[in-house]
Design a protein around this ligand. Structure first.
Ligand code: ADP
Length: 584
């Protein structure tokens, strides 16, 4: 599969970030809506209670009214005998007066057959007087149980209302008729219609008979059975009003009697928070339908906050990723650099080893040539001396032979000195080359060995040492170095009138500086550059081999130090520099 290009990767990441933002936004939005909905639901019962109470209060205010009126002796007396027109007119006016005082809708008096003998609306076109209401359930209830109640559309007036009735009885308890109060709720409906909510009251069959919005009344929430229909027809409860089903569909259920419901309402399909509460003892149900409060602004804010948070997280993650990548890159670069340095160091070391090797070989060649030259001369001379000696002995010239032995001996001594130097250089210290030792005591030892000569030559010696001056090296070879330096100084002072010799040890943080200075006149510039060369000497034949400084130089270098020469004041100064040895 081909690698996606940088550009298409960028598009992919951007798309992923945007999808993430959309998911976060949608999620937060729906969460906020959900929250708002639940909050709205929680306010439902309280509101329902308020509405239920207002209805309840209206009904309760009139509940006792028919019972109280049923005790009126005038009404009882009127029903005990056939009603005369004069009596009826008097009753009518009485009921009208009471109705006006009690502010009920209508008051009527029924006889034992259900015939309205008097009514407060006697002088209106909808007068109940003369109509028989024996078919109404509240009448039969009153006859059988003493009281009755029924919500119905007035067959005479066509105005719906709640009928509450109480039996009118003779002194012997005989049922004479019923006192009926009718309540209408136009004010309540008007009051309820102030808000945006829809309020419905249904009867036990689920038929809406009170509604604060037009178009909802006489809709039934459940299918009506044939029995229901026949009962409604018989009692003429809703008279000629057509009853139609209100289609509802429950979307969500929150708690008992609390739903999110889609309603095919008179104003079109709409979703409502639908909450209900039973109204007792009427056996009715109060329904509160509210538009779900979806708090769109809050939801939008929540969505924006979630998107903001998501983007902040994404950018934080990107920032951390970038930093991690940079760190990794730096780490890799460092490792590569280290590897490179190591490789170069290895190469250099190999090259250096090669150089040292070839320098060694060159030195070996030089040394061999010089040695051969140094040794050949005395060997040739000795061979000649030996031939001379043999001749002298042949001729019996013993004294002359003795004399001839002296130069021979001299030459042998010189050769011994030569090999002595070489042996010093070649020898290994038994405890290794790097023991920790005090440079000051090495100086003491060397001065001690040379003491006879110092005294003999009357040297003005000055010693200024730091003690202890710890260094790492081989005591015997370092002592050899010092003896060489001191001997050269003594040689230089031999014929001088003032013979100053000074040995000092100074220090800085890391190094010891041991100086040997004399007043022997120093070295010419020409010689200064050669004093450490093997076999360089300015001393007369038989006195100098030119190996002392060369060997000293090599020894000092081997233990990590330096040996330098310079002129100062009236003589030469040799400086031996050695690193300070830390305690191991
Ligand atoms: P040698 O002492 O056998 O000559 P060295 O290697 O010790 O060999 O010295 C080399 C030469 O350095 C000496 O011959 C001398 O010319 C010069 N030299 C060394 N030390 C001193 C000194 N303190 N003063 C002047 N010249 C010196």
């Amino acid at each position: 599969m081909p690698m996606p290009s940088r550009f298409s990767r960028l598009i992919l990441y951007t798309a992923l970030i945007l999808i993430g933002a959309a998911i976060a936004g949608t999620w937060a939005w729906s969460q906020a809506r959900q929250h708002a909905l639940e909050q709205s639901v929680s306010r439902g019962p309280e509101q329902l209670n308020l509405y239920a109470n207002s209805l309840h209060t209206v009904i309760e205010r009139y509940r006792a009214l028919p019972a109280v009126l049923a005790l009126d002796p005038e009404l009882i007396a009127a029903l005990e005998q056939p009603v005369t027109p004069a009596g009826q007119a008097q009753l009518n006016r009485k009921l009208e007066r009471i109705n006006g005082a009690a502010q009920s809708s209508t008051l009527e008096l029924l006889d034992s057959t259900g015939l309205a003998v008097a009514a407060s609306n006697w002088n209106t076109s909808n007068s109940y007087v003369g109509h028989n209401y024996g078919f109404r359930p509240y009448f039969s209830q009153t006859r059988d149980q003493g009281t009755g109640s029924f919500y119905a559309v007035g067959v005479t007036s066509g105005i719906p209302g709640y009928f509450m009735s109480s039996a009118v009885r003779a002194a012997d308890g005989r049922f004479l008729g019923a006192m009926v109060v009718k309540l209408e709720f136009p004010e309540l409906e008007r009051e309820w219609s102030q808000g945006n909510d829809t309020l419905l009251v249904t009867d036990k069959r689920g038929i809406v008979f009170i509604a604060n919005q037009p178009g909802w009344r006489y809709r039934h929430l459940r299918e009506l059975s044939d029995r229901d229909l026949s009962e409604i027809t018989q009692t003429r409860q809703y008279d000629k009003q057509p009853l139609t089903l209100l289609p509802t569909h429950t979307l969500r259920s929150f708690a008992d009697n609390s739903y999110l419901t889609r309603v095919d309402s008179p104003s079109g399909p709409s979703d409502y928070l639908w909450e209900s509460q039973a109204l007792n003892p009427e056996d009715w149900t109060l329904h509160l339908l509210r538009q779900p409060q979806l708090a769109s602004e809050d939801s939008r804010n929540a969505a924006l906050a979630a998107i903001g948070l998501w983007l902040a997280l994404v950018f934080l993650a990107l920032f951390l990723l970038q930093r991690w990548r940079l760190d990794r890159l730096r780490q890799r670069n460092r490792e590569e650099l280290e590897q490179l340095v190591q490789a170069r160091t290895r190469d250099l070391r190999t090259a250096q080893d090669g150089l040292v090797q070839s320098a060694k070989l060159a030195a070996l060649g030089q040394m061999s040539a010089a040695l051969a030259h140094e040794i050949n001369q005395p060997l040739t001379a000795q061979r000649m001396q030996l031939a001379t000696l043999r001749l002298l002995l042949d001729h019996g010239r013993i004294d002359d032979a003795y004399k001839a032995l002296a130069p021979l001996e001299q030459m042998l001594t010189r050769m011994a000195a030569l090999t002595g130097h070489l042996k010093t250089y070649a020898r290994q210290s038994p405890s290794g080359l790097r023991e920790r030792l005090d440079l000051a005591s090495v100086v003491d030892q060397a001065l001690h060995l040379l003491e006879p000569r110092l005294n003999e030559d009357s040297i003005d010696l000055k010693v200024d040492l730091i003690r202890p001056a710890w260094v790492r090296g081989d005591a015997i070879r370092l002592e050899q170095v010092l003896i060489n330096l001191l001997r050269n100084a003594l040689d230089a002072l031999r014929d001088k009138p003032c013979k100053h010799l000074e040995v000092r040890i100074k220090a800085d943080q890391q190094l010891w500086y041991l100086t040997v200075s004399d007043s022997g006149g120093g070295m010419s510039d020409e010689h200064l550059g050669k004093v450490f060369d093997p076999f360089f000497t300015t001393k007369p034949v038989g006195e100098g081999l030119g190996l002392g400084l060369a060997v000293s130089y090599a020894i000092v270098h081997e233990i990590g130090g330096r040996l330098t020469a310079c002129n100062h004041a009236d003589g030469a100064q040799f400086t031996l520099t050695l690193p300070v040895a830390q305690e191991s």
